[in-house]
Design a protein around this ligand. Structure first.
Ligand code: OOB
Length: 537
């Protein structure tokens, strides 16, 4: 596929020879279980979907896409919340070889239009409404901006668009994609500007599903509770939704991940695995006092952002669950602690890579490897890590070494017993409790505000979230208030989860010796001020 950097042939041969890539296609995911009434998915309305039903729906959706003239290799932006139709839409696309570009439910006009434009998507699939937001309104705006989008398919009330049920057609034989083809695009948690598209192949993702299911002990008796959006790699395929279905397990999609909804489900559905980001662990920890729930069969995977050893320990000591502490990225590499690792390893490290073929280097600014135990940037290459972002030649030349290692932008060290610890970050991304906010993206939009002469966005510490975005601005007159700044960003179609939590007016922005804006100093000054001033959070 043009715009996608494939794996060099010698690596592809090696990954095949070593059994990582088995020539599987993700469209076959539900097939082994489709002759039974086995429950595959329990949706937010507690409707139970069997493998047979979902498999048939996927076939009919694939046929419906083909009838619309959509072909193998065509891109379709899929922006769906955690509902059962996500499975039929995704697997239907995989069967036809159409390529979903997964947007998050929290994305708005700016992100979705961008995804549609960059991928030259021919279709957009949305739900009618979710959590009070109208995705049909959003689809109208996107269609104005992205002229390639010929078909909008709506799960629910379709208005002037195509309804999901109306698209479904009698299954037809189809050739399907090659296992080495791109199966879908995920979004990067942060490089520069708007998110980059991450091409994941059938071969590489099928391995990730299989290996993560094995590592978490997930089999046909397993039950995965999707607490995070299933469009995010962590809940989609580690093993998440797809990996659990691939082994014949059951996936529960709760209305929302709050304890009053999911604690009941943990017991009634006999949940064995879920994925949380650290702030939600804290919420569960506090809620545990008010709900008596047995978590002894539950494994909780936590990562995406720093988690303190105290919070990590509480999963085992207070909640009575088991913890897999992990590091992951949509680009590929997963590291995690194993279920039989010693307690200190589980609470204090992010474990080891998933595959023996994952190559890891920790390097300094000159790309020289640092001594074991020293902190440096994590570089990686392996059987499920991409070799390039989609259509991003210039970004790729910075984001990858000439021999194909991804520069993760994360600072890590390796402990004497070989476990990885994330120590910080080089990339200018704010990690708000696991949600990634690229500073440059907000800065680009804020630069359009007439009141700001200079403006930057910096992550400042926050007790629950770890850090939150703060706008530092030099203004020509009075500084706009926080609600005004948020409204301004919203009017430019920026997703709500990226909106800043603070605005600080400053007389000048400090510079480093080479003339770059010194964000570290802004952060440090903010912390000093917050420590001494009244009523600061
Ligand atoms: C997961 O994926 P993304 O793509 O949203 O974000 C990746 C970035 C990493 O580069 C790193 O900066 C950060 O998230 N991160 C962590 C972390 N795990 C990820 N930072 C500190 N501590 C950790 N344990 O976030 C993701 C994807 C799959 C599985 C798990 C997480």
């Amino acid at each position: 596929m043009s715009g996608v950097a494939g794996y060099p042939p010698e690596f592809a041969e090696r990954y095949r020879a070593e059994g990582y890539w088995r020539g599987e296609v993700l469209g076959d995911l539900l097939r082994p279980w489709n002759q039974s009434d086995r429950i595959a998915v329990v949706d937010p309305a507690a409707r139970r979907w069997s493998y047979a039903e979902l498999d048939r729906q996927a076939d009919r959706f694939a046929a419906g896409l083909a009838r619309l003239g959509i072909e193998r290799g065509d891109r379709i932006v899929v922006q769906l919340p955690n509902i059962a139709a996500f499975v039929a839409v995704s697997v239907g696309c995989y069967r036809l070889g159409a390529i979903p570009v997964y947007g998050l439910p929290g994305h708005r006009r700016r992100e979705i239009s961008y995804l549609a434009e960059v991928s030259a998507a021919v279709g957009l699939v949305v739900a009618d409404e979710y959590q009070g937001f109208s995705y049909t309104d959003l689809a109208r705006e996107v269609q104005k901006e992205a002229s390639s989008v010929r078909h909008v398919i709506v799960v629910g009330e379709p208005a002037e668009f195509l309804g999901f049920d109306d698209v479904l057609a009698e299954p037809v034989p189809m050739q399907g994609p090659d296992p080495s083809a791109v199966a879908f695009f995920l979004l990067s948690g942060g490089t520069t500007g708007l998110p980059k598209l991450i091409p994941r192949t059938h071969d590489d993702y099928a391995y990730q599903l299989r290996a993560s299911a094995a590592a978490t002990g997930t089999d046909q008796h397993g039950c995965y509770l999707a607490s995070l959006p299933i469009a995010h790699n962590a809940a989609l395929g580690c093993p998440g939704l797809l990996g659990t279905l691939a082994v014949g397990g059951k996936v529960v999609l709760p209305r929302n991940p709050s304890p009053d909804v999911v604690f009941d489900l943990l017991e009634t559905e006999r949940v064995t695995l879920t994925t949380l980001m650290p702030p939600m662990v804290q919420v569960w920890r506090e809620a545990r006092e008010f709900f008596d729930v047995d978590m002894s069969r539950l494994v909780i995977q936590v990562g995406s952002a720093h988690m303190s050893p105290d919070l990590a320990g509480s999963i085992m000591t207070e909640m009575g669950a088991r913890l897999t502490h992990w590091f992951g990225m949509a680009e590929g590499l997963l590291t995690y602690t194993r279920l039989d690792d010693p307690y200190d390893v589980v609470i204090g490290t992010q474990g080891r890579p998933m595959a023996a073929a994952d190559e890891i280097k920790v390097v300094d600014e000159t790309d020289a490897e640092v001594a074991r135990g020293e902190v440096g940037e994590l570089l990686t290459r392996g059987p499920y890590t991409i070799r390039g972002y989609y259509r991003a030649g210039e970004v790729n030349s910075r984001a990858f070494t000439t021999d194909g290692f991804l520069r993760t932008g994360d600072l890590v060290r390796i402990t004497p017993d070989g476990n990885m610890v994330v120590e910080g970050r080089l990339k200018d991304v704010i990690n708000k409790g696991g949600e990634k906010i690229v500073a440059a993206e907000l800065e680009d939009v804020l630069g359009l505000h007439p009141a700001f002469r200079q403006v930057v966005v910096v992550g400042v510490p926050h007790e629950l979230m770890g850090e939150v975005p703060c706008v530092f601005a030099v203004c020509d007159g009075a500084a706009p208030s926080l609600p005004e700044v948020r409204a301004f960003l919203t009017s430019h179609g920026v997703a709500p989860y990226k909106l800043p939590d603070r605005v600080e007016a400053v007389t000048a922005l400090p510079r480093t010796t080479v003339g770059k804006i010194d964000k570290q100093r802004l952060r440090a000054e903010f912390i000093t001020k917050a420590g001494s001033g009244p009523n600061r959070t």
